[in-house]
Ligand binder design. Structure first.
Ligand code: ZN
Length: 209
C-alpha cells in the first residue's frame, strides 16, 4: 500500500486586496484625467513593492467619462500562489464582482476602461479581450518590464493594439500606450533594487534574477 501526500480534493480560492490599499484608493474615487488615473495606479504598484505584498504592477477599472474608480488590482501571484493573479486580472475580476456581471460592456453600464501600470502580458491580453472594457491605458511597455525587472511577459499577437481596436464584431477597445511611461518604470526599478525575484524570469527559472 502506497501513501500519498495529503491534499484537498476540492480547494477553494478567494481574491482580496491587501488592507493597505484602502488607505490609498477606494471605489468611488474620481481621478479626473488620464494622467491622474495612471498616477493613482502607479502609486499602488510602488506601494505593493514597498509593502512586500506582490509584484511591481497595478491596474484599475475606471468609468471612462467620470473617472470613477470601480475596482483596483495588484499583482498578487506569489502571495496567493496563483499565476492568474496579475494586476489586470485582479482589477477586472473585482470590477465584475462589484458590478455583478461577467461582461463589463453589458447594457446599462457606463463605458469602462482598464488603466494598467504596464502593457498586458500574454495572459492579460486575453482578459482584456473578454472582459468587456472598451478602453485600455498602458504605462510601461513590455520591453521596460523585461529589461528593467527581468520578467518574461510571453508572446502577444502581432499588432496587438490594433487587434484590440478592431475586433471584428465585438466592441472596439481604445488603446493608449506610453502614458507616463517614464514614471511607470519607477515601480519596476524599485522591484529590481529590492532584490525580489522575477517569478516568471526571462530565460526560464535557471535565469531567475
Ligand atoms: Zn499579466
Amino acid at each position: 500500500m502506497t501513501s500519498e501526500p495529503a491534499r484537498s480534493s476540492f480547494p477553494s480560492f478567494s481574491l482580496a486586496l491587501p488592507a493597505w490599499v484602502g488607505t490609498m484608493a477606494l471605489p468611488g474615487d474620481l481621478p479626473s484625467g488620464r494622467d491622474e488615473r495612471m498616477r493613482l495606479i502607479l502609486r499602488l504598484a510602488r506601494e505593493n513593492v514597498l509593502r512586500g505584498t506582490g509584484g511591481p504592477f497595478a491596474a484599475g477599472v475606471f468609468e471612462k467619462g467620470t473617472g470613477r474608480l470601480v475596482a483596483a488590482g495588484l499583482n498578487l501571484s506569489v502571495p496567493l500562489h496563483c499565476s492568474v493573479a496579475h494586476a489586470e486580472m485582479v482589477a477586472i475580476t473585482l470590477a465584475q464582482q462589484a458590478l455583478g456581471t461577467h461582461d463589463l460592456s453589458t447594457p446599462g453600464l457606463p463605458p469602462l476602461e482598464l488603466v494598467s501600470s504596464a502593457q498586458p502580458c500574454c495572459q492579460c491580453f486575453g482578459i482584456v479581450w473578454w472582459s468587456g472594457v472598451t478602453g485600455l491605458v498602458v504605462g510601461a511597455r513590455t520591453e521596460d518590464v523585461e529589461s528593467i525587472a527581468g520578467f518574461d511577459e510571453g508572446p502577444l499577437p502581432d499588432r496587438w493594439a490594433d487587434r484590440l481596436r478592431d475586433r471584428r464584431g465585438l466592441p472596439p477597445i481604445d488603446v493608449a500606450i506610453d502614458v507616463l511611461r517614464d514614471e511607470a518604470a519607477d515601480p519596476l526599478r524599485l522591484y529590481r533594487a529590492s532584490g525580489a525575484a522575477a517569478y516568471h524570469p526571462r530565460g526560464g527559472p535557471a535565469a531567475g534574477t
